[in-house]
Design a protein around this ligand. Sequence first.
Ligand code: PEP
Ligand code: MN
Length: 264
Amino acid sequence: MENTKELRTWLDDMKLNHPLVIAGPCSAETEEQVLKIAHELKDSDVSYFRAGIWKPRTRPGMFEGVGEIGLRWLKKVKEETGMKTCTEVANAAHVKLAIENDVDLLWIGARSTVSPFIMQEIADALAGTDKIVLVKNPVNPDLALWLGGIERLYTAGIKNLGAIHRGFSTYEKSKYRNTPEWQLAIEFQNKFPDLPLINDPSHITGKRDMIFDVCQTALDLNFDGLMIETHFDPENAWSDAAQQVTPDALKQIMQDLKVKKETE
Ligand code: PEP
Ligand code: MN
C-alpha cells in the first residue's frame, strides 16, 4: 500500500470536528427495535448507524441474526433519520446483498479477518465498488494477519479503507473480554499512519461500565473514531447484552470524553 493518504479521503471528506462515531445495536432484532434506537441516536454525534444482520456467534444454537430482511430496516433508518448505515459482511453473498441495499459502510468481523480465503473472497466481491470497508483485527494478536487482510482489499482496488481495533483473545485471565494490547494498535498506527483507525470498546471490554475509559485511552492515542454498541434496553438485547449502552449513556460518554485538538 503506497499512497496511504488516499485511504483516508472518505473520512477527511466528512470534515468532523470530533471522532467518527459509529453506534447502534450489536444485532438488528426487529424493525421496531432498529428504528427506535436509530431515532434516539438521530440528534447526536453518530455518523454511522451499525447493526449486525448476519451474526457470527461463537457456538451454534444462539441467535444468528435476522438476515437479509434487516437490510430493509437499515434502508428505513437512512430514510427516516439521515444517518448512514453499516453492517458486517462475512462472505461474497453478504457483500452483494449489502451493496444492492445501499449499505454505506461494511465491516469485516474478527472471525473473518483471521481467514485469508474469506478475505480474498470478500475482496473479489468488492472489486470495482467504492464502498468504505473497515477491517476488524483478527481474534488472535497477529499484526501480519490484520495487515494482510487489508492488503487483499487494497490490491482488489478498494481504496476507502480503515481498521477497527476490537481487542484480542487471550488464554490469560483478564478484566477485558478481549485484551486491547494497545502496543499492537500503536505498531499498526506506525506502519499505516494514514489508515483510519477506529476503536471498538464494546468488544474489548464486554462490560458497559468499562467503556468510557477505553474510549478515552483510544482518543489519547489519536484513534480516528469509536464504534459503540447501543440499545434502548441493553439488558434484554439478543446478543452482547452486558456491553451495550443506552443512547442517553452514549451521549453522556461523548460529552465527557476529552478530545485532543488538531494542534496538540
Ligand atoms: C460485532 O461487531 O457485533 C462483532 C461480532 O464483532 P467482532 O467481529 O469484533 O467479534
Ligand atoms: Mn457485538
